[in-house]
Design a protein around this ligand. Structure first.
Ligand SMILES: [Ca+2]
Ligand SMILES: [Ca+2]
Length: 228
């Protein structure tokens, strides 16, 4: 690659050609500062369901029927008995969806959820989110009230280690298997913090970008003197 001094003497088009950098790619790199956020969806290629669950347009819809709690534990890679442990009572049956994420430490996964209680206490149906074998409870009947609704917006999880993770969502009946509750998941998003360019390279690109913009301006508006 040519050094900065010789680049300065070249017209912008030549300079960009020499370095192989387009203005579009410069803009793309700069816009990733300080972090890179992307929509993450239930891609049919790596998404599976068990029980009464469907995905559509990046959203998941689950109904607490169709699979036993132990089947769901096996499906999501959870420890045996861990779903009974969520409420400290007998989880019976329900449904789940799972997908996979290749994550790096520090990356953040986020989503919205909506729990609809079809049931009433003490039948404390519940919903949850799992990463690997870690379970985080979302809504339940106690939270939403009998036959009520509870929402969670931008619920986040920050990865602490690199790896391929199974991400799961489920909704289960408690105590008996009747009067189902529902869970909807939407707005999945993934924010990479590991891909932030190093400060030195960002400064270099900024300087180069300013120089390029200056050259363009001179070319287009020759009567205006522009300091590169
Ligand atoms: Ca059980
Ligand atoms: Ca129920």
């Amino acid at each position: 690659m040519t050094n900065a001094t010789s680049l300065k003497k070249l017209p912008m088009a030549t300079a960009l050609k020499t370095t192989g950098i387009s203005l579009a790619s410069l803009a793309a790199v700069l816009s990733t500062t300080p972090s890179y956020a992307a929509n993450f969806t239930f891609n049919p290629a790596n998404t599976q369901t068990i029980g009464s669950a469907t995905t559509s347009n990046g959203e998941a819809f689950l109904n607490s029927s169709g699979a036993s709690d132990s089947q769901i534990e096996q499906f999501l890679g959870l420890n045996a008995g861990s779903l009974d442990a969520v409420q400290g009572q007998n989880a019976t049956n329900g449904a789940a969806v799972k997908t996979t994420i290749a994550a790096k430490a520090g990356d953040v996964f986020s989503f919205d959820w909506k729990f609809n209680a079809g049931d009433y206490l003490p039948f404390n149906d519940f919903s949850f989110f799992s990463i690997g074998s870690v379970i985080q409870k979302l809504g339940d009947v106690a939270l939403s009230g009998n036959y009520g609704e509870a929402n969670g917006v931008n619920t986040t999880y920050t990865f602490t280690a690199d790896g391929i993770y199974t991400v799961g969502y489920g909704v289960l009946n408690l105590l008996d298997t009747s009067v189902d509750s529902k869970l909807k998941i939407s707005n999945l998003a993934y924010t990479e913090t590991a891909s932030v360019p190093e400060p030195a390279s960002v400064l270099g690109l900024l300087a180069f970008g300013a120089m390029g913009a200056g050259s363009l301006k001179r070319k287009q508006q020759q009567k205006v003197a522009v300091k590169a």
